[in-house]
Unconditional design. Structure first.
Lengths: 111, 115
């Protein structure tokens, strides 16, 4: 069973059309949830770390929120340069320090 | 300040061959992790090296092996290549310690195509 599920798999938006990406997780005792941006043919680029339910973090047009079962990445008034794959990863309970990644959401913003 | 450097950027190999991929960590980092990312999938953890030893391993067969050198750089070796090994191979570096999970930096990857 996947620990991290991201939806939708793909999202097409018009420039300026705000939306949200979802990351749901099944692990309990979460020690951290990460959001990354990945451009085609490139490695993931770190965006945010969230630690506890109710926490929010913002960066330019992006805002990440966390509940006990899921996280949302809200994109406000997106621009074409926001087009990328957005990956969510969770740090499971216990001693492991290796994040488990979801499959990502591919976002395309049309001008 | 150079980030994580991987080489080569692209590689084409024939089924059954062996391949070696290389990674130089970000300055100040001493730990290297390797991931496999198939098309349309998230990165899957292969293994992690610190102090020239494999510290943790994901669910990958023994055909996947690695090495870390005294200068913290690392190699990923894959033997008896299969078509299913075609993927983007990512290297991530960090500084060993209690906060390691929160400080990974990824390279741009090596695109391996097995034909």
């Amino acid at each position: 069973e996947d620990q991290v599920t991201q939806s939708p798999e793909a999202l097409r938006l018009q420039e300026g059309e705000s939306s949200s990406l979802n990351c749901s997780y099944t692990v309990s005792g979460l020690r951290g949830l990460f959001w990354y941006r990945q451009d085609p043919g490139k490695g993931p680029e770190f965006l945010f770390t969230l630690y506890s339910a109710g926490e929010e973090k913002e960066k330019e047009r992006l805002k990440a929120t966390l509940t006990k079962k899921e996280s949302f990445l809200h994109i406000t008034a997106p621009k074409p340069e926001d087009s990328a794959t957005y990956l969510c990863a969770v740090l499971p309970p216990g001693g492991s320090y290796i994040p488990t990644f979801g499959r990502g959401t591919s976002l395309i913003v049309h001008p | 300040d150079a980030g994580v450097t991987q080489s080569p950027t692209h590689l084409i190999k024939t089924r059954g061959q062996q391949v070696t991929l290389r990674c130089s960590p970000k300055s100040g980092h001493d730990t290297v992790s390797w991931y496999q990312q198939a098309l349309g999938q998230g990165p899957q953890f292969i293994f992690q090296y610190y102090e020239e030893e494999e510290r943790q391993r994901g669910n990958f067969p023994d055909r996947f092996s690695g090495h870390q050198f005294p200068n913290y750089s690392s190699e990923l070796n894959v033997n008896a290549l299969l078509l299913g090994d075609s993927a983007l191979y990512l290297c991530a570096s960090a500084q060993w310690g209690p906060e390691i999970a929160y400080g990974y930096t990824f390279g741009s990857g090596t695109r391996l195509t097995v034909v």
